[in-house]
Ligand binder design. Structure first.
Ligand SMILES: [Zn+2]
Ligand SMILES: [Zn+2]
Length: 137
């Protein structure tokens, strides 16, 4: 049995659980992630379909739904980024590693959209594969 991962937002309104281990952890250097987080990159991982569940705070959740991209869900009370979802297939969900309590059990394996990386921070020389655009699936 894998221990269930838990997490939530800064203000405590939103809490979630993930029943299966995460996979595909990555740093995303895209412009949207920079604006969304106010940082140079965001750390995300994919969840096994059906294993992600909002425990409390469904009503507090808000989303930015760009017409050409994934839904970006965050806490409408405190702004914490929580998860991302494919609008055409809600089973394809990714969670923000920073929203998870303690150790998420995975480590970022690559960096994507590095062609758009922030000019003010050099990409760490950590040996991770770098993809100029979206990482190949
Ligand atoms: Zn919150
Ligand atoms: Zn991104």
């Amino acid at each position: 049995m894998n221990p269930t991962l838990t997490g939530g937002c800064n203000c405590g309104a939103v809490r979630f659980e993930i029943a299966e281990p995460l996979f595909g952890a990555r740093y995303c250097h895209c412009t949207r992630c920079q604006r969304r987080t106010g940082s140079a990159a965001s750390a995300n991982a994919a969840v096994v379909p059906g294993s992600f569940r909002i425990v409390t705070g469904e009503a507090a959740l808000k989303a930015w739904m760009p017409p050409d991209g994934h839904e970006k869900w965050f806490c409408g009370e405190c702004g914490s980024a929580i998860f991302t979802r494919d609008p055409t297939d809600h089973a394809k969900t990714g969670v923000r590693l920073g929203a998870i309590d303690g150790d998420p059990g995975v480590r970022p394996e690559f960096r994507q959209f590095v062609a758009y990386s922030a000019p003010w921070e050099e990409i760490p020389n950590d040996g991770l594969p770098r993809y100029p655009e979206r990482a190949p699936a």
